[in-house]
Design a protein. Structure first.
Lengths: 189, 189
């Protein structure tokens, strides 16, 4: 009976403890324009902490998330491929679009669209970093948030600085001249 | 023991309810007036993060929410300016600020040009897409204000501002030639 009661209590407590779970942090010290990319997941990605430095007077942290729906890759591309077979119905993706290629293991590659071949494939400006699968996803991104950095080091902390739509990757880019970085912590809503 | 379990369940339910809802973020950068609009949901919209920039010494973030009751559109409207809505008690009068919320969540913001007794209103801007009889018209009034000045500011907290139940939220930051606003809200269920 005691075991049963304990299991009941644990089954109630554990979901609460895991609320807002899947915490993840990333840092980029790329000096000139530092980006961090988080893979899409079930639910929304919520930024809890953004710490950044720039040496540009007009330095900002630009926040990107998906616009439109994610597209599923229709055939596995090889490592280094730039041509991606994807059903680009109604020409959602166009040249110069910002995209995230998300592998099924969660690895994300950021690139831009070089060209599209009607509705069956797109060509990227950067090769994907590893072989893909037919379960991978391509997301079009647009800027959906901005935070000031200037020529300074800043910290923003809060319950919800920014939230992506459901099933969206997140990209945060801090522009700088020769000295900058960004450190971001997120949780899943 | 039963009482203890009931107590734990009640406590956990309260903890869960503290965060019940979904986060949503919006961002707009316009030269002279940057506005973000969040559609109404069943509960309140709670503003968690407001990050804004203006180049005006008297720059402000003005916050608008519904005043009076929402009115359901009584007949489908073409994408025009005349809206059939029961204007009982002449709630809407010329120059009122209003938000027209489509059934899919799309929000059009405008002002009332004139009213035709109690059966329709005429807007100063056409709605962006054809409407349905399930759409809702909200009269808005300014219900909050935060200082921006000629600066970049962040207001981050548990509840910077809260709308009434079933109310859209509009935030406008005025500027001269450069400004933007990033806002994140929790949609309470």
């Amino acid at each position: 009976m005691k075991k049963l009661k304990l299991s009941v209590i644990l089954s109630l407590v554990l979901p609460v403890l895991s609320f807002g779970s899947n915490w993840e942090s990333k840092v980029s010290t790329a000096q000139t324009n530092s980006p961090v990319n988080f893979a899409a997941r079930a639910g929304r990605i919520v930024i809890k902490n953004l710490h950044a430095e720039s040496d540009k007077a007009a330095g900002v942290a630009k926040v990107y998330a998906r616009t439109g729906k994610g597209l599923t890759v229709t055939s596995a591309p090889a490592t280094g491929a730039t041509t991606i077979l994807v059903t680009n119905a109604s020409a959602q993706l166009e040249a110069n679009d910002l995209i995230i290629y998300q592998h099924s293991d969660g690895t994300v590659d950021y690139s831009t669209v070089a060209s599209t071949n009607t509705t069956v494939s797109i060509v990227l400006n950067d090769a994907i970093s590893q072989a893909g699968t037919a379960k991978d996803r391509v997301y079009e991104l647009s800027q959906q948030g901005q935070f000031d950095v200037a020529a300074a080091t800043v910290t923003y902390t809060g319950e919800a600085l920014f939230a992506t739509p459901n099933d969206s990757p997140l990209r945060v880019l801090v522009d700088s001249g020769t000295n900058g970085y960004v450190s971001v912590s997120v949780a899943t809503d | 023991m039963k009482m203890k379990i009931v107590g734990i369940v009640a406590g956990l339910s309260m903890v869960c309810s503290l965060n019940a809802g979904e986060y949503q973020s919006k961002y707009v950068a316009h030269a002279t007036s940057s506005a973000v609009n969040f559609p109404a949901s069943k509960g309140s919209l709670v503003l968690k993060t407001l990050h804004a920039e203006s180049d005006k010494a008297a720059g402000l973030a003005k916050i608008y929410a519904r005043t009076g009751n929402a009115k359901i559109v009584s007949s489908a409207n073409a994408a025009g300016t005349t809206i059939l809505v029961a204007n009982v008690g002449a709630q809407f009068v010329a120059n009122d600020l209003i938000a027209y919320q489509h059934a899919d969540g799309t929000l059009d913001y405008t002002t009332v040009a004139s009213t035709n007794t109690t059966v329709s209103i005429v807007l100063n801007d056409a709605i962006s897409q054809a409407g349905t009889a399930k759409d809702v018209v909200y009269e808005l009034s300014q219900q909050g204000q935060f200082d921006v000045a000629a600066a970049t500011v962040s207001y981050i907290g548990d509840a910077i501002f809260t709308t009434p139940d079933n109310s859209p939220l509009r935030i406008v930051v005025d500027s001269t030639s450069a400004g933007y606003v990033t806002a994140t809200v929790l949609q309470e269920q």
